[in-house]
Design a protein around this ligand. Structure first.
Ligand code: HEC
Length: 181
């Protein structure tokens, strides 16, 4: 390669990396630009409720929060109502998640009602141990053998065991709650 070719290559490379950098910055600008970049830190930053990590793996809890609150949209269906009064982004208001009834279920979908997935007194989300939770997410069948009709389990069931483990661990760390009216 000639010197000029080399320099042209360097310049082109610099332009490409600079535009990629600009695209990345723009993407991060969608409300997330002030949040930590790493998934553990971000998971902790976006958890809307106080977490109780006693006896739990803090990193698993954080990564589970990243999936539940940053990817899974569990709050959309499992919190009734999903947002506090005056805090609905869908009405152009600054987001405030309904932390009182967070993930306690109670949203109506035709004949189906979303369930309470907060921990029971034994600390198990929806009363499910990890094996039961994993089976439910993979097969869509709950403990009574009923096939879930609304839950996007065909999508969630495609996650790795490890990711589902993180989700389960996060659900163990959230406060027990009751559905809102
Ligand atoms: C589109 C709405 C929707 C979303 C999104 C959703 N769920 Fe559900 N989920 C439901 C409904 C409704 C039920 C009740 C059963 C059914 O679907 O027929 C349910 C049931 C469950 C159950 C079964 C509880 C039990 O007692 O058997 C678990 C566990 C669960 N959801 C976890 C999650 C998690 C974790 C997420 C996010 C990763 C999530 N759900 C996202 C609607 C949803």
């Amino acid at each position: 390669m000639t010197n000029r070719g080399f320099i042209a290559g360097l310049v082109a490379g610099a332009i490409v990396s600079f535009s990629l950098f600009a695209v990345e910055r723009e993407a991060a600008g969608q409300g997330g630009d002030r949040l930590p970049r790493n998934e553990v830190q971000r998971g902790l930053a976006i958890a809307p409720v106080r977490l109780n990590v006693r006896g739990l793996n803090r990193k698993f809890v954080a990564l589970g929060s990243y999936i539940v609150n940053g990817q899974g949209g569990c709050n959309d269906c499992h919190t009734n109502p999903s947002y506090a009064k005056g805090g609905s982004p869908f009405e152009g208001q600054p987001e405030r998640i309904n932390t009182t009834n967070y993930l306690a279920g109670g949203q109506q979908f035709g004949p189906v009602v979303s369930r309470n997935i907060t921990p029971n007194p034994q600390g198990l989300p929806a009363g499910l141990n990890f094996q039961e939770f994993l089976r439910l997410m993979r097969t869509g069948r709950d403990r009574s053998g009923e096939l879930l009709q609304v839950m996007p389990w065909p999508v969630y069931g495609k996650m790795t065991d490890q990711d589902l483990r993180h989700v389960w661990e996060y659900l163990r760390a959230i406060p027990p709650a009751e559905p809102g009216a």
